[in-house]
Design a protein around this ligand. Structure first.
Ligand code: ZN
Length: 379
């Protein structure tokens, strides 16, 4: 049995291989103490019963994430299924009787940089969509911004969606694939209606350096981008610096920042109730958005979440808090599970890439509700 991780978003340390049993560790994020994401390939295992132990799982960033979690696996790198996993005494153990010569394992279905390039380049071929490089990452990769806009001539709201500030939360880019696909579908009435009054700014991958490196939360400089929004710097967090500059340049009326949560097995949102300028108007916008999403998508709920920040106690380094304060607008962090959605469990796949795409498609109805909540010039 051979184990490798020298590829896009690969992450594993092999401590010992004994027959078809391996003892593994997770490598820490670049210049950072975070760890949790793993992604590796095993070969020479056709028909063999293989067992794996991640012996440092209890020392990762979110040990609660391993409770009731099952590892993702794929033979064809398209369909990802779960393999039975247990977490005991700080060790994550899982096993598979392999149906093929080689198999991939990952924390969640990966979204590679090649997929990212396909996503933005296919999108830009639609006349409604343009692709702009807004700056460079720490490792000098391009930061891609998609703008989707119809040619209706009227006052429009600027709706922003960004994803993968935390690069190991690959479900966030699957979600963006759903958003982009639906917005560009001329046969979709929701998309057509939205584009009459809204212009969309979309950053499907905020942290390509970290994603390629196989990091959970950090960029190449070791920064947690979702704590950098109060004072981003070109040295440590250019990804946030350039994004904030683009938001100021183009304007922003609403932001959704897409994430995954290691521990909580539900889809939920986190709002900006702890910012200094929070008021009843913003509260009503938040409630309306949540109610609209819940009434139109059974995968979204508002019972299980992070709880509410105390008034004035928000962490202003967090993207949605900083943006809600600066722009006086609705800004939600969207969280999806790494585990499963306990509202509607799926023992085969758990929460999946496919469900993340569908959830991304579904959020546009909630945006439509938000848009019609406010008076528009054109209608
Ligand atoms: Zn996150």
């Amino acid at each position: 049995m051979n184990i490798s991780s020298n590829f896009d978003s690969g992450n594993i340390i092999v401590n010992k291989i004994d027959g078809f049993s391996a003892q593994l560790n997770i490598r820490k994020d670049t210049n950072s103490a975070f760890s949790q994401w793993f992604h590796f390939r095993v070969d020479g295992v056709f028909g063999e019963h293989c067992t794996f132990s991640i012996t440092d799982a209890g020392e990762t960033s979110y040990p609660d994430g391993w409770e009731d979690y099952h590892v993702c696996a794929s033979y064809d790198r398209k369909y990802w299924f779960r393999v039975p996993s247990t977490y005991e005494n700080g060790v994550l153990s899982f096993e598979l009787e392999s149906e093929c010569d080689a198999v991939f394992f990952a924390y969640f279905a990966p979204y590679s940089f090649e997929q990212h390039l396909d996503l933005v380049h296919e999108a830009q071929c639609d006349p409604k969509c343009s692709l702009e490089v807004i700056g460079k990452t720490v490792e000098q990769r391009d930061m891609h911004l998609l703008k989707i806009e119809s040619d209706d001539v009227c006052e429009k709201k600027n709706i922003w969606l960004i994803a993968r500030q935390h690069p190991g939360e690959s479900m966030a880019e699957w979600f963006m694939e759903g958003v982009i696909g639906r917005l560009l579908d001329d046969d979709d009435a929701v998309a057509r209606k939205l584009l009459k009054t809204c212009r969309f700014y979309l950053i499907p991958n905020m942290n390509p350096d970290g994603a390629i490196a196989g990091n959970l939360r950090s960029n190449a400089a070791g920064a947690n981008l979702n704590r950098e929004w109060a004072s981003p710097s070109l040295e440590k967090s250019p990804e946030v610096y350039h994004t904030l500059a683009a938001m100021r340049k183009y304007g922003l009326d609403m932001l959704l920042d897409v994430h995954g949560d290691e521990a909580i097995p539900y889809n939920f949102v986190a709002g900006s109730e702890g910012i200094p300028s929070y008021n009843e108007e913003l509260h009503q916008l938040e409630e309306k958005f949540k109610a609209m999403w819940m009434s139109t998508c059974p995968d979204f709920q508002d019972t299980y979440n992070y709880g509410r920040d105390e008034p004035g106690k928000a962490n202003m380094g967090v993207c949605t808090n900083q943006i809600a304060e600066q722009f006086g607008c609705l800004a939600y962090t969207i969280e999806m599970p790494f585990k499963d959605n306990h509202l509607d469990p799926d023992p085969e796949q758990g929460w999946s890439a496919e469900k993340s795409v569908a959830l991304g498609e579904s959020v546009l109805l909630a945006v439509l509700g938000f848009d019609s909540a406010q008076p528009t010039v054109s209608d």
